[in-house]
Design a protein around this ligand. Structure first.
Ligand code: AMP
Length: 424
């Protein structure tokens, strides 16, 4: 099979690495990819926003499956246009990607299917939103409705912060994403990520993971796209997984199918594990980044077979089995991230860092230039390792981090701390 992978981050490098190991694969293309992806795929400079150009490329290269990594092309309807042109694609339609693209849409699905989630109100008038907060009090959570790159959520511990967040939404701080706000009850518990692959009707559980969103040690500092992750998530016991499937995932998949907008692709549930059981915080409609990196290290079965079964509606005929090992990834980011940072700084030592057979170095934001590897983004490398325990995986990952020579980068030193505390 010829496969075209859309995206350029660490998630896509991990997918490319797993796809490259598939017995079904002939040629792997990636658009635009990065320096690491370029080691296992042919890079092409296609603009994912130009659907006609993507379709033209697929016809020319006889692409059998397009794998869409990030959310933006899904929400923009790339999968719909590919399918209309007779080209198979892995990922949801534009209508189904609303599970990620609109928080209000997801809340509507939760209401319809009686899915456990935070109580909420949605408002397109500022005064109504402010009144609702004054009525409910703090702590309370304010969310801009649309895609705001993870920045549209304020967990307000005081009423004042909540009122300010509403003002910011309606002042246009989040652009179009803030034209409507969702205000939610504050849920207490431990967060976990749960991934399933879906073919329109059948959800097949994949794996669990936990990530670290804050920039600095001790889970402090500004929110980021994710500074590290590990899989599995110890809080996701067999019982919790079974409840999540029954109470959250299955009703969601059934509701989307009943509405005539069946969900296909990866459904990523952000969960709060409360004393009452799992509750849905939000859905994403693609693999997490950096959760995908740790999951690919643990996957025993062929990723391409799974993706094809999702696209073709035959997930009931395949399996997704996982190594018992733990995998953990440490994100190395450019100094200054998530604020302003420099691009084009020199990175070396990557071959040494990946010399351990239990370590994979995934590139998140790099480019190759004159035989050198240069940084090309905020999150730049994902140093990913497996081990029998979280502690062992963590020690391997940090030993590899030590071998990377990149004076302009930084990473957290405590990835996995919560799970390691549980182990000891
Ligand atoms: P979201 O973009 O919806 O995933 O929210 C980002 C983060 O805000 C989540 O990962 C949680 O840590 C936190 N959060 C969101 N909604 C709630 C809620 N209702 N209660 C408590 N924390 C929340």
């Amino acid at each position: 099979m010829n496969v075209l992978l859309i995206g350029s981050g660490g998630r896509e490098h991990a997918l490319a690495w797993a796809l490259a190991n598939s017995p079904l694969l002939s040629t792997l293309y990636a658009a635009p990819g990065n320096a690491g992806i370029g080691e296992v795929a042919t890079l092409v400079s296609l603009d994912a926003d130009d659907h006609a150009a993507v379709i033209g490329f697929c016809r020319e290269k006889q692409i059998d499956l397009v794998v869409v990594g990030p959310e933006a092309p899904l929400v923009a309807g790339l999968v719909d246009d590919l399918e209309a042109a007779g080209i198979k694609a892995f990922g949801p339609s534009k209508a189904a990607a609303q599970l990620e693209g609109s928080k209000a849409f997801t809340k509507g699905v939760c209401d319809e299917a009686d899915i456990p989630t935070a109580g909420y109100g949605r408002f397109d008038r500022k005064e109504d939103a402010l009144a609702y907060i004054r009525e409910k009090g703090a702590p309370i959570v304010v969310k801009a409705d649309g895609l705001a790159a993870g920045k549209g959520v304020v967990v307000a511990m005081s009423e004042e912060d909540a009122l300010e967040a509403v003002e910011a939404c309606f002042d246009g701080s989040f652009g179009e994403a803030g034209a409507e706000v969702v205000i939610e009850e504050f849920m207490e518990g431990e967060e976990a990520s749960f991934f399933v692959i879906v073919d329109g009707t059948t959800p097949l559980p994949l794996a669990t993971a936990q990530d670290h969103k804050r920039a600095f040690d001790g889970d402090t500092g500004p929110n980021t796209g994710g500074m590290g992750a590990y899989s599995p998530a110890p809080v996701m016991s067999e019982d919790m997984i079974e409840r999540t499937m029954r109470e959250i995932i299955e009703p969601t998949v059934a509701t989307m199918a009943k509405r005539g907008t069946p969900f296909k692709g990866v459904l990523y549930a952000g969960l709060m594990i409360t004393t009452d059981g799992p509750k849905l915080i939000e859905y994403n409609t693609r693999f997490g980044d950096p959760e995908c990196q740790v999951m690919m290290l643990r996957l025993k079965d062929d990723i391409l077979t799974l993706m094809l079964a999702s696209a073709e509606g035959s997930l009931n005929k395949v399996s997704a089995r996982w190594h018992d090992d733990v995998a953990l990834t440490v994100v190395m980011a450019a100094k200054g991230y998530p604020g302003a940072y420099e691009k084009g700084t020199n990175i070396s030592g990557l071959a040494e860092a990946s010399s351990d057979a239990d370590v994979e170095v995934f590139h998140a934001g790099t480019k190759a230039s004159d035989g050198k590897i240069l940084s090309n983004g905020g999150r730049v490398l994902n140093i990913t390792a497996r081990g029998k325990t979280v502690r062992e995986a963590r020690d391997r990952a940090y030993a590899a981090v030590e071998k990377v020579d990149w004076p302009d980068g930084f990473c957290r030193s405590d990835i996995g701390w919560r799970a390691i505390e549980r182990e000891s």
